[in-house]
Design a protein around this ligand. Structure first.
Ligand SMILES: [Zn+2]
Length: 252
């Protein structure tokens, strides 16, 4: 028995071309599996389009997040400056009080110098505080813009997303139908052949059955010996490719 021999079910055919009786249900099963595979590929093919939309949306969301962090940072800074100015004012007030009680002229002039210096520092801090208020306003404006931009992205994406979702849903439905038909088709295949079919499918070949291409295997293009080719073409045998192990059949 040749290595590739699976079924030597002799039919009443005496020559010419024929189809092995077990081949048709196998081919039907494969056709359904191809339909399932095509639906899967279609669903996978939508992936990049969904990913692109998600990336665009994510970018807009990150911008808004950054802008909102900008508000809280600016608010924090304004609060810090406010606290600092308040403590400077308290210190300045204490210097003024001390100046009222001070006796020595040297001590008084030192205090006066301190007061002057502190006044200019305070003025600088107050100017800084005003700017920090502007920074809060500016940050709020940027966040509002980012929020608006995010809404625009969502709005612009809505029809594209709806279309993609519809495509995905349609493909999922097609896939479910094909899978049902596939299960039905599998029932029509002899158990030992089904087992072999499944085993081949778990291997590297994308499908289990390949048509002869000239005198060679349609998958790996290794030549099939003439006597086995004749058996395949007559439909008396279902043969495996000796090189890659797929099931071979003759196309009508
Ligand atoms: Zn092959």
């Amino acid at each position: 028995v040749a290595k590739g021999d699976i079924m030597t079910e002799t039919t009443s055919r005496t020559g010419g071309k024929g189809v092995h009786p077990d081949l048709e249900p196998l081919l039907k099963l494969q056709e359904k599996d191809m339909a399932v595979g095509a639906a899967d590929q279609g669903i996978d093919a939508l992936g990049p389009a969904f990913a692109a939309l998600d990336a665009e949306l994510g970018e807009a969301e990150r911008r808004l997040e950054t802008a909102r962090r900008g508000i809280s940072d600016a608010t924090q800074r304004r609060g810090d400056l406010e606290g600092k100015i308040e403590s400077y004012r308290v210190m300045q007030e204490r210097r003024r009080q001390r100046l009222e009680w001070v006796r020595g002229a040297k001590e008084a002039s030192t205090l006066m110098a301190e007061l002057d210096l502190a006044r200019s520092v305070l003025a600088k801090e107050e100017a800084e505080f005003m700017r920090s208020g502007d920074a809060v306003t500016e940050a709020e404006k940027r966040a509002a813009e980012a929020e608006q931009a995010l809404e625009q992205v969502k709005e612009a994406q809505a029809p594209k997303r709806a279309e993609l979702e519809a495509q995905r849903e349609a493909l999922a439905k097609t896939r479910a139908t094909a899978l049902d038909e596939r299960q039905d088709a599998a029932k029509g295949v002899k158990p030992e052949l089904l087992q072999m079919y499944e085993r081949i499918r778990r291997g590297k070949a994308p499908y289990a059955l390949f048509a002869l291409r000239g005198d060679a295997c349609g998958r790996c293009f290794t030549a099939v010996p003439m006597h086995r080719r004749v058996l395949i073409q007559r439909g008396t045998h279902i043969e495996l490719c000796e090189a890659c192990g797929v099931l071979l059949y003759a196309e009508e």
